[in-house]
Write a protein that binds this ligand. Structure first.
Ligand SMILES: [Zn+2]
Length: 266
């Protein structure tokens, strides 16, 4: 299933997945006010950008998607498997520290926008519209093989979500074309999935090209999601560093993309 791309009149270019029927989107590099190596839509607070630029970038991104930038919840991502269930008490004030480590956020509270940061890693947004439960999950390979999606599903179920009703959007990330890893990563991925990787991994000498998005999609199917409710972006961040932030291309001087999801308030 393909993603749709939108250009807001304010210049922000973002993508959505047709399987998710609530407010959500994945940012690109286009439409912000940051300069030089952070040109132009940097949504990371810790990338060396001027705070005023980041604030304006969020204002534009929020305007494009249709959410209140004063009611966002941020994760402090550490490539772990912790998923935090959040409420309005966790609303983030820009340019202040996030007081907990988490690579996934879950909520049943309406009007709260959950954020996930990436620049090659896999951003996954989840929604059970009927239960009113959403999640934003940072699926780098370490978090993936630690089964952060299993943790996220457990947290969503605790709030009343049911896997067979959950829709999932797996966004722009480094693709199988570019994600070269050592055998320790493919071995960890096979242990995580409990089955051979098959065409998720392609041998290249003594290393492998890994389809991390495909592996996360397979995990979601194992967890009970309907394959028809899973959308996987086909765009590779490393192949398109002019459009997406890519850590493997730019290194530490990169900006950050954000994925966002919200259940609108009453
Ligand atoms: Zn690529």
């Amino acid at each position: 299933m393909t993603f749709a791309e939108h250009t807001h009149p304010n210049g922000v270019v973002y993508q959505t997945a047709p399987v998710i029927h609530t407010v959500h989107g994945f940012s690109t590099r286009y439409g912000g006010v940051s300069r030089d190596n952070l040109f132009s839509l940097n949504l990371g607070e810790h990338r060396g950008d001027a705070p005023a630029n980041v604030t304006e970038n969020y204002r534009r991104f929020a305007q494009a998607l249709g959410f209140d930038p004063g009611r966002m919840v941020f994760p402090h991502q550490v490539h772990g498997k912790a998923v935090r269930t959040v409420t309005a008490a966790d609303i983030h004030t820009l340019h202040t520290p996030v007081p907990y480590d988490a690579d996934g956020l879950v909520t049943a509270e309406r009007g709260l926008t959950l954020i996930c940061f990436t620049a090659d890693c896999v951003p996954t947004l989840l929604c059970d519209e009927q239960a009113g439960v959403i999640a934003a999950v940072h699926c780098g390979w370490r978090s993936s093989v630690a089964d952060i999606l299993g943790q996220a599903l457990e947290a969503m179920r605790a709030l009343g979500a049911r896997p067979e009703r959950i829709s999932a959007a797996i966004g722009p990330a480094i693709g199988k074309c570019c994600f070269e890893v050592g055998p320790e990563v493919t071995e960890a991925a096979a242990r995580w999935l409990g089955e051979p990787l098959g065409d998720l991994a392609l041998a290249r000498g003594d290393r492998f090209l890994l389809d991390l998005r495909g592996a996360n999609a397979r995990r979601l199917r194992q967890l009970g999601l309907d394959p028809d409710n899973i959308a996987v972006s086909e765009e590779c961040t490393m192949c398109h560093p002019e459009k997406f932030w890519s850590h493997r291309v730019v290194g530490e001087r990169r900006g950050s993309m954000a994925a966002a999801i919200l259940l609108p308030g009453d």
